[in-house]
Design a protein around this ligand. Sequence first.
Ligand SMILES: Cc1cc2nc3c(=O)[nH]c(=O)nc-3n(C[C@H](O)[C@H](O)[C@H](O)COP(=O)(O)OP(=O)(O)OC[C@H]3O[C@@H](n4cnc5c(N)ncnc54)[C@H](O)[C@@H]3O)c2cc1C
Length: 389
Amino acid sequence: MEFRLTEEQRALIAPVRRLAQTAFRERARRWMDGTFPWENLRDLARLGVLGMSVPEEYGGLGLPVFETALILEEIAKVCYPTAMAVLGEAGVQTRVIARYAPESIRARILPAVCAGECILAICMTEPHAGTDVASYRTNAVRRGDRWVVNGTKTLISRAAEAGMFVVFTRIEGRPGREGIGCVLIERGTPGLEVTGTFHTMGGENLHEVQFRDCAVPEENLVIREDGFRRLLSAFNTQRCLNPAISLGLAEGAFDEALRYVRERTVFGHPIADFQGVRWKLADMFKDIEAARGLLYRACATANPFPDPFLAATAKVFCNEMAIRVTSEAVQLHGGFGFTDEYPVSRLYRGARYGSLGGGASETLRDLIGKRLVGPDGPGPDGILGLGCF
Ligand SMILES: Cc1cc2nc3c(=O)[nH]c(=O)nc-3n(C[C@H](O)[C@H](O)[C@H](O)COP(=O)(O)OP(=O)(O)OC[C@H]3O[C@@H](n4cnc5c(N)ncnc54)[C@H](O)[C@@H]3O)c2cc1C
């Protein structure tokens, strides 16, 4: 086993770290009112890292999941809204286009994603159903040589900026999970309207999007059935990228707390001199490192996609760890931690997202528990026969 990042991995993240710790840190407060961090995305495009999930033939880096997670971690250390904007580009939606869209769409959209010029929104959640995907109502029906989509999606990230909407929809009203496919709808298509905005505690805006008789060409229906099963590998990859943001947020908050306890003096001492404070820091540190171990294992054993059980375990732990650690970082700042003056309050608010999106903790605990008691559970050859121990 090797616990060090390779030279190549270090070289990949070094410029991202420099950019994040300078320009992104300086600008971090700007995006808390829902303003989209275009400036940061353009900087990342200049570094060439925006096309992390885009195959090389379309100008991307085609990075493995581990390297993608490392880059997101660096960004999240200072700026949650930027990390979330980049997660969109590294996420399922880009993989849908790279894998399933026809060449005419890939050749047009993917280079624009790498350049930071085309934002992709993924539309799954509906007002009455998030986790319960079998209950989605959005429907696509065939009319002549077009597919016509009707439905409402909600809590959609980047909808105000997106050039392309990757929409999960029922096909011809077929029921259940298996009846769901995926259609690409471009901004400007008649009937597509962003109808509502929710400002979030993390800073970014989410939106409601309506599709009313949105007609798209035949080739835009990129998955015709069983879309969730076909995309399982992409969802499992996402389950390693979302916790990479949680890990980064916790590390960022820990660094801020460490700096603060050395500087802040009470009763004639820096608060770092108090044992109670040092114990808090020790607990935060061990929490972060345990999470890193789980996440990096899930990423480093991906071949090329992560094992669903390892990804789920890492995600639940990292998401919940980030809430604990960022909360303690606020606590260590005293009353100032609750103000906007210090970054910890932003990092804390961002940390609350992880366990809600990309598979909520409750659903993932279900998945983990089923595997533990099911036929693929622990056997005499070690933990789950995953070959890790
Ligand atoms: C910041 C942010 C960004 C988002 N971006 C997007 C986006 O870009 N695109 C998109 O489509 N969606 C997006 N979402 C929505 C997100 O995917 C959903 O919120 C999520 O899937 C949960 O669905 P829900 O909110 O409808 O909760 P529900 O499904 O109503 O669940 C409510 C609660 O019940 C729990 N629960 C559900 N089923 C079970 C069960 N069987 N056993 C035990 N507990 C259960 C859930 O875990 C949760 O705690 C975003 C959400 C946030 C917060």
